[in-house]
Design a binder for this molecule. Sequence first.
Ligand code: CA
Length: 254
Amino acid sequence: MRILVVEDESAISEAVRGALTADGHAVDVVADGNDALEWASTYPYELVVLDVVLPGLDGFAVCAALRERGFNAPVLMLTALDSVSDRVSGLDHGADDYLAKPFAMAELRARVRALGRRTADDRSPRITIHDLELDPATLGVRRAGRQIRLTTREFALLELLARHPGQIFAQDRLIEALWDADYASESNIVEVYVRSLRRKVDDGRRDGLIETVRGSGYRLRATPPDVGPVPVPDPAPVATNGHRPVPSESGRGD
Ligand code: CA
């Protein structure tokens, strides 16, 4: 997901950025309430992590203004510990969830995952397309039961495609959704990632799932192309003890 973090304490914002980036998200950080409004109306964020105490507009005002402008993505507010009024106020201003400071990074990551599922078409924690399985909690991927190792960014790309099977994503849309503002200028980055993903996930298989739609973009097929029956290789002769039979010329006595 592309996530906006609004926090003026850089130690916290950098720790959050590090954790969410490691989970494969594209993270932009701003430290001021007015900047938050500007960035949120410029880029297609799928989630905002919003501190309450900020220079410029405070978090409540930012959240209310975002909702007034029709901003639909979930907002996770960072509130003061034990401040019931902060939490109530956050929810009343349109936040979806809150986390009291100081918080454990594992909890922030879990809440981000849960909020991300709220907006996705498929809200189940795991995604299954044909014989491809993704587990966003562990970044685990399997194809036909075989484990596939992906980088966090590759996983994010595959997850986005897999949450919307059959839908075509243009390069620009993928860059906006998956890369933060620092990367936006590298024009062939999507191509590079798709190539790598295809090599790992489709691995030369005839029932490839990652499709390039010429002139339009990329998509994950909801069902693989009809390739007919996949030939089963002739099984090698196996001796009863589980080893290949050794020809008698090898000197082994019968
Ligand atoms: Ca703050």
